[in-house]
Design a binder for this molecule. Structure first.
Ligand SMILES: Nc1nc2c(ncn2[C@@H]2O[C@H](COP(=O)(O)OP(=O)(O)O)[C@@H](O)[C@H]2O)c(=O)[nH]1
Ligand SMILES: [Mg+2]
Length: 600
């Protein structure tokens, strides 16, 4: 008898419909929470500050519900909830804060979902037993007034449902724009989506894959298998774990692979590469580091991430987090070694390891393709003011004209970037070389290369116009930071001596940046006028910066290579372009900066 009873209850499923979005979920796990943000099993709205609204607990015979915050009133069928447990095959309406739900623990979830039509709302007058409608929300109030109805006695309910909401609950309630019934049924097919599933298309926060830049919603992400026997993915190859659409989950809502092992990693549905969690919830920005081979990009990027972490914490109180520590490891190792290695050779070793980790090989649209490896960090501030930053290094060779740029996406980050950092190397420019003494830096005694730094900018422009199918006229609206790098070589150049520090204690002064830019531009116009013209033809906003990643001349090590001396590391100006971008272009940081200013 007991077994029979258990069987009867376990064959039932609780279905919850969210009235505003028209979406629904099945409560299949023991514990299930509804609210805002991915901390919930069902995240109703990532745009709202994270909060838990409702807790559900599945028992053997029924489903229990309670408001997460004891201070919240949960209306059950329009009346304050008083600890009732929900019974099977009975519909309930729930309301907490501004969110309304329809719920049923039923043996036939499909049939119930089909019956409820959120497109047609009716009014029930319990005293007379009469039904009016369909009436949409806008028609409701005028109708009540015109018909002399007592609003406290009317129940407003979707067609097919046995329960509804009191009119007083409804007046402030947001109803879905027409949701055709077929969509509800279609939704049913997708119900086994990962627990972090976002909102339906058009409403959810979209993220962009940092590998291939395809937009995605959290619910579309593939799950990466955990169990070693599931190594081998049909598209990525034998070394990678299998990617799949999860259809079973554990009690915490974590997807399980075919062996029943919980899987915490997710992959882009397009390129199948691993993407960090939570990118859809905060603004994303992509930063491309550009420059000819040997311009100093890899050192720049390492020092940049180090300086950003330090200065954003010291000055703005922001935490710097690795969105994916494994993926960031080569860059983090290099930056760590740069400052702590005992010998120059050790620092150099870390750099070659980073250089060897700049690309992923995947198959996109059936073709073997190289994608640049993204380095994603999250700058986490107070009051939800956070921002993700993804950086791309590049082998300069990939920017040589004719290196198949528009077909191979390895440099496509430039077309998606929010900021271009173009690293100009004075040691590779004839006009600058004339004015510096070779004794200072071994790089200056090398013959300067034939490739032109100007050509790189025109190639960049060319690729972006082709990728975005833009006309060859007009400027692009991505800001370009024109960075004169290795400034330790040209410290005595007059414009550099006139530049001042944009940091004034904890305050970052963008006006100083603009003034420095004006000074540097005037100097560059004399030495490299065509490069300035090329940069300004490319971007609507070009700002000139000067920086030195090392702050000293690198030394030749035994292998013949040049390497920085860790003890002499003394970076200067490296972080300024990104802070300039954050404080002028990122709304998140703009707010934060204002607060810091006001509070100090
Ligand atoms: N003097 C000086 N040399 C630098 C600086 N940054 C990088 N270099 C040197 O420039 C060379 C190329 O650097 P790298 O980052 O590998 O260039 P990439 O090819 O653009 O990635 C190396 O020999 C570095 O030692 C700097 O700030 N000052
Ligand atoms: Mg490099």
């Amino acid at each position: 008898m007991f077994e029979q009873l258990k069987q009867w209850f376990t064959s039932k499923t609780t279905v919850v419909i969210h009235i505003t979005s028209g979406r629904h979920r099945l409560i299949t796990s023991k514990k299930f929470t509804i609210g805002y943000g991915t901390v919930n099993t069902w995240n109703l709205d990532s745009a709202k500050p994270p909060a838990n609204l409702l807790n559900f607990r599945k028992t053997k015979t029924s489903i229990e519900v309670e408001p997460t915050n004891p201070g919240d009133t949960l209306l059950l069928d329009g009346k304050p909830w008083a600890g009732e447990v929900l019974e099977p095959e009975i519909e309930y309406t729930l309301q907490v804060q501004d969110e309304q739900f329809l719920l049923c623990l039923t043996e036939k979830p499909n049939a119930w979902l089909k019956r409820i039509n959120l497109k047609n709302w009716l009014v029930f007058e319990p005293e007379s037993g009469e039904i009016f409608g369909p009436l949409d929300k806008l028609q409701l109030e005028p109708w009540v007034i015109k018909e002399f109805k007592d609003p406290t006695k009317l129940i407003y309910y979707p067609e097919g449902s046995a329960k509804g909401f009191y009119i007083s609950q409804v007046i402030d309630m947001e109803l879905p724009a027409a949701i055709p019934q077929k969509d509800i049924i279609k939704e049913k097919l997708k119900e086994h989506r990962p627990y972090s599933t976002g909102k339906p298309e058009g409403k959810a926060n979209q993220a962009q894959c940092p590998h291939c830049w395809s937009p995605y919603y959290d619910g579309e992400l593939l799950t990466i298998a955990s169990h070693e026997t599931l190594r081998g993915d049909p598209l990525l190859g034998d070394d990678d774990m299998l990617r799949f659409e999860a259809d079973s989950f554990n009690d915490q809502g974590v997807p399980l692979d075919a062996t029943g092992t919980p899987c915490l990693e997710q992959a882009c549905p397009q390129c199948r590469l691993k993407v960090p969690h939570g990118l859809s919830e905060i603004p994303q920005a992509f930063v491309s580091i550009l420059g000819s081979p040997g311009a100093g990009k890899s050192y720049y990027l390492s020092v940049l991430t180090d300086e950003l972490q330090k200065k954003s914490f010291e000055n703005w109180g922001f935490n710097w987090k690795d969105a994916d520590p494994t993926a960031n490891a080569p860059l983090n190792t290099m930056r760590h070694r740069l400052f702590t290695a005992r010998h120059a050779a050790e620092a150099y070793l870390a750099k070659t390891s980073l250089d060897g980790h700049l690309y992923s090989k995947v198959r996109l649209n059936g073709r073997p393709t190289l994608l640049p490896k993204p380095f994603t960090y999250i700058l986490e501030g107070r009051n939800q003011h956070s921002q993700s930053l993804t950086f791309y290094d590049n082998a300069g060779e990939h920017f040589q004209p004719g290196s198949d740029g528009t077909i191979n996406p390895v440099t496509h980050h430039v077309a998606h970037a929010h900021l271009w950092c173009f690293l100009f190397d004075p040691s590779k420019d004839a006009a600058f070389r004339k004015n510096v003494t070779a004794a200072k830096d071994p790089q200056l005694s090398r013959r300067y290369p034939t490739e032109s730094q100007e050509l790189l900018l025109s190639e960049l422009e060319n690729r972006i116009r082709v990728l975005h199918q833009l006309s060859p006229l007009g400027k692009l609206n991505t800001p370009l930071a024109f960075i004169v790098g290795k400034k330790d070589m040209i410290d005595d150049w007059e414009p550099i001596t006139k530049m001042t520090d944009p940091w004034n204690g904890r305050h970052f002064n963008s006006l100083v940046v603009e003034e420095n830019s004006r000074i540097l531009r005037a100097g560059l116009l004399e030495r490299v006028p065509s490069l300035v013209a090329r940069a300004e033809a490319l971007s609507e906003k070009v700002v000139y910066f000067a920086s030195s990643s090392l702050g000293h001349a690198p030394r030749r090590i035994k292998t013949g290579e040049l390497s920085p001396v860790p003890k002499k590391m003394n970076p200067s100006g490296v972080e300024v372009p990104v802070f300039w971008w954050l404080s002028s272009w990122s709304t998140v940081f703009n707010n934060e900066k204002r607060e810091v200013w006001q509070n100090s």
